[in-house]
Write a protein of this length. Structure first.
Length: 559
């Protein structure tokens, strides 16, 4: 009894609060879009695991509890900063299969075959997630690999409670695609849809995860699982072979580093465009006079949109897989001089015009997921991974139980063809065998006094870059608390199409009219971004975590 009371008192003294807005804790924090996955990560921290261990366990748990984006059939990026401020990144972006060609989505007249690059078996890239998590664990993990995968095996094999967030898509897939992999995905052993409140088990996924638990990287890329993936592809006209899988390797890369006033910003280098664009925009912000640019004022929205327009123009022109584009001018784009030049082009009274005769891209998946982790020693992980569309290609093998990505849609599909509606045809991101497609994922860690201070990221296709950028700015410039920085009004501009998207009901009609009078075109969206962040209060040794309220099942879990 005494022991129980002591444990209870200890726990309330450590977890200061847990509200919808934010969670405060001293010993560790995981913020993800699934409360179950966040708790899995925190359990690992409680067992003595470090931030990388917790990230691995959380990622595998999300593959079970948040299957629209959590995955083993997709890819992503991890930024890791240890308590001493040393930073590294892991690139586990999907790759084009060896048989891919730059005209693989075109008909005989050279036109793009509708949906071929987004919703067909050929839209699947060679998955990278298992390789990335394994590599990060091999280098920086402390607990055993099996102990980190086991919670996901249990969630899949023993099941968890079906929630309304999953049930909506479950009903839609059943209605629209009966007799398909997705039509049966949420069904029980009798073939009936599992209802909210009932236990949903995924036995095939449990077996695939058990192979990964037992054999690590090779449990996915070699042996039985690889054989089943390759035979599924062959049977259904896909391109991925055993050789593609056996050759896949995650890559540890140097992070991109920028500064904003006294802060250091670390983010993902190409093949993500996220870090380059984020740092470019923060450099531009550093030149602004925030006495003049009050948060959410017309001038503020105008300036932020103009910064976005320029960063996205640079993104379209220059960025792709660095291993195929050795000449990319990343250092120039990140330089303070480049920001000065760009700053000089901005007219504070008028919207610029995006030159639609050059580049642009309209199509974009927005089902990605981000989580942030901090452990008791102050090590931090920022991890974003994706299947591209919600539930990716919506294809999978019943024997394996997981969903394949449709990430090939992130390549430029038609060489040389760029349209004002927004399709890009520029070279850096054209399809080539074994190339990684350009991404917008922006897992980011900001350091203050050389130590992790802000861990942040979001899903949302190209809106990711802009929602992360505005959240970072809200914390660093406007000193907002993390939950407020995440929730307040955000906009998105991506050069082409040439318009500002704003969050409905969050921008005043007067501001909108004033922006239109300056030459901007505006349209609304219900929400932008699903941000998951941690801010570290070093003075008091407290981690403050917040999960975006637009995430139905999200949670900042701390202890
Ligand atoms: N598939 C979304 C991204 O990588 O940006």
């Amino acid at each position: 009894m005494k022991t129980k009371l002591t444990i209870f008192l200890a726990s309330i003294s450590i977890v200061f609060s847990h509200s919808i807005a934010q969670t405060k804790a001293k010993n560790g924090m995981v913020v993800s879009t699934s409360s179950i996955a966040s708790d899995v990560g925190v359990d690992i921290l409680k067992k003595g695991g470090n931030a990388v261990d917790a990230a691995v366990a959380t990622a595998f748990a999300l593959a079970v509890t948040h299957p629209s984006a959590g995955n083993i059939g997709g890819g992503g990026f991890m930024v890791f900063m240890n308590a001493e401020g040393n930073v590294t990144t892991f690139d586990f972006r999907e790759k084009a299969p060896l048989k891919a060609t730059n005209d693989m989505y075109l008909d005989e007249e050279g036109n793009l075959i509708r949906n071929e690059n987004h919703l067909s078996i050929k839209a699947i890239g060679v998955p990278g997630t298992v390789a990335g998590l394994y590599k990060a664990h091999q280098k920086y993990g402390s607990l055993s690999w099996a102990d980190l995968v086991q919670p996901a095996v249990d969630l899949a094999s023993k099941g968890f409670t079906m929630n309304w967030t999953l049930y909506g898509p479950a009903e839609r897939f059943r209605e629209r695609q009966p007799d398909s992999f997705m039509g049966d995905y949420f069904a029980d052993s009798q073939g009936e849809l599992v209802q909210p409140g009932e236990t949903w088990t995924q036995s095939a996924l449990g077996q695939t995860l058990a192979a990964i638990r037992d054999k690590g990287h090779d449990g996915f890329y070699k042996g039985d699982v690889a054989k089943k993936i390759a035979s599924y592809m062959k049977k259904n006209g896909g391109l991925i072979t055993k050789q593609d899988l056996a050759k896949y390797e995650a890559i540890e890369r140097e992070p991109l580093k920028g500064t904003y006033k006294d802060y250091e910003i670390y983010s993902m280098p190409p093949p993500s465009s996220g870090g380059v664009a984020l740092i470019e925009m923060m450099n531009l912000m550093e030149l602004a006079d925030f006495e003049e640019l009050e948060f959410n004022s017309t001038k503020y929205v105008h300036f932020v949109a103009e910064a976005m327009r320029r960063a996205f123009a640079d993104r379209a022109e220059h960025l792709g897989d660095p291993d195929f584009n050795p000449e990319m001018p990343v250092n120039r784009l990140l330089s303070k001089d480049h920001a000065k030049n760009r700053f000089g082009e901005i007219d504070m009274q008028r919207a610029s015009i995006s030159d639609s005769s050059r580049f642009g891209q309209l199509y974009d998946g927005n089902s990605t997921t981000h989580f942030s982790v901090m452990d008791k020693n102050g090590n931090a992980v920022s991890l974003t991974y994706t299947l591209e569309y919600g539930y990716g290609s919506r294809l999978g093998s019943e024997e394996l139980g997981f969903i394949f990505n449709n990430e090939m849609g992130d390549f430029n599909p038609v060489p040389g063809v760029t349209t004002s509606r927004g399709q890009i045809g520029t070279k850096p991101n054209l399809i080539e065998p074994e190339k990684r497609m350009l991404s917008s994922m922006t897992p980011t860690i900001v350091a203050k006094d050389g130590k992790p201070y802000l861990v942040i990221g979001s899903p949302g296709g190209r809106t990711i870059i802009n929602t992360v950028f505005q959240t970072v700015l809200n914390v660093l410039e406007f000193d907002m608390e993390i939950h407020r920085a995440i929730e307040v009004m955000k906009i998105h501009h991506q050069w082409l199409p040439d318009r500002i998207i704003y969050e409905r009901d969050m921008l005043s009609p007067d501001t909108r009219k004033a922006l239109e009078a300056m030459g901007h075109t505006l349209s609304d969206r219900s929400r932008l971004g699903v941000l998951m962040g941690i801010r570290y209060d070093a003075e008091n040794g407290i981690m403050v975590g917040a999960s975006d309220s637009s995430s139905g099942e999200g949670k900042a879990s701390g202890y």
